[in-house]
Design a protein around this ligand. Structure first.
Ligand SMILES: [Zn+2]
Length: 130
């Protein structure tokens, strides 16, 4: 076995080179499997279900009064945007995409849902009022 540093022939059981003192034999390079351990953290599916149920509740809170013909409480608008944003954020993350893209998409959907409910509410009230 030769020294990797100076090329001097060393005895097979030598741990260090007799000439330059470099370690011989087992080089302590980490193997690729040890070096590359990328942990991809995905949000758990459970959170997606929980937020999905809360989102469903938010939709119910928006659309049930709308269908009955009641005024839409403006406070449910930000709530709709929040739950949609959170739901889509988690969904996007689970699919390995950028979470804030999902949050943005969800917020826009939440806003549209709010306006849609307000529109339905106005339509029904006008219809009922004659
Ligand atoms: Zn050497």
């Amino acid at each position: 076995m030769h020294c990797t540093q100076c090329g001097t022939l060393a005895s097979p059981d030598a741990k260090f080179c007799a000439k330059c003192g470099s370690p011989i034999g087992e080089t302590e390079k980490p193997t690729e499997a040890q070096a590359v351990t990328v942990v991809v953290s995905k949000p758990r599916a459970l959170w997606l279900y929980i937020v999905g149920i809360l989102l469903f509740g938010a939709y119910a809170a928006i659309f049930i009064p709308a269908i009955v013909g009641l005024n839409i409480n403006p406070q449910v608008g930000p709530g709709s945007m929040f739950w949609n944003g959170l739901f889509f954020y988690l969904w996007w993350k689970r699919r390995g995409r950028k979470g804030w893209h999902g949050a943005l998409v969800g917020s826009v959907i939440g806003l549209f849902a709010f306006f849609a409910a307000a529109f339905i509410s106005a339509l029904i009230r006008h219809g009922a009022g004659g």
